[in-house]
Write a protein that binds this ligand. Sequence first.
Ligand SMILES: Nc1ncnc2c1ncn2[C@@H]1O[C@H](COP(=O)(O)OP(=O)(O)OP(=O)(O)O)[C@@H](O)[C@H]1O
Length: 234
Amino acid sequence: MAAVTLEQVTFSWKSGTPIIDIAKCEIKSGEHIFIQGPSGSGKSTLLNLLTGLLLPDSGEIRIAGCCISSLSSSERDCFRADHIGFIFQMFNLLPYLSLRDNVMLACRFSNVRKQRAIAQAGSVSQAADQLLLELGLGKQLHQRLTVAELSVGQQQRVAVARALIGSPDVLIADEPTSALDRTTRDTFIQLLLKEVSQRNSTLLLVSHDDTLSPFFDRTLSLQQINCAGVTDAI
Ligand SMILES: Nc1ncnc2c1ncn2[C@@H]1O[C@H](COP(=O)(O)OP(=O)(O)OP(=O)(O)O)[C@@H](O)[C@H]1O
């Protein structure tokens, strides 16, 4: 079954110049996809379309079988919370919450993910602790430290735990390794892939760093699939 399908999708910002023009793209459930493209090629725009934060000018985007542009704005918010985990480039952790509360946050906005987390671990807090432990942030550490006291790599792993709790169908990661050195980056990617595989989630990871490509089942080059072909090349 397809986890993500794009058909005849076009999108332009106000200027009217098309940024996205994708005839057809299908990603199977459980696939690990690397989306690569130079600066300005539309990676973030594409992710915003996939999460329903932006709507296409034309065409159809289906996530887990649902055409997201046919949903109302509030339905899209619910759908996103239930089906999509997101790892932001700057993590977006809340500094006034504990590590565990940051992870549990994803279940506050989604009853589907909350029920799955309970079914998997007995409670949402146990699911959060389990994920943090698997990601190398054991209870002793996460009860002692605040988000502000974490290293960049540790913050990244909390962000992964938050994106994975309640096993969303699709996990989207926007340049999650840009702040890491190469060794930490490789360890992080391997850990991320292991966790995603265990939950059978589909992973879409976006980066301009094409040396990440060998870690993934498939690489989609935005320059190849996007006929709009915009870049910042000087
Ligand atoms: N809010 C916006 N309003 C108008 N134009 C925008 C907006 N956001 C992005 N763009 C334009 O859309 C194009 C694609 O931008 P986008 O951020 O999607 O590229 P990207 O591949 O993610 O780039 P980078 O790797 O530098 O983050 C660029 O030309 C950019 O100027």
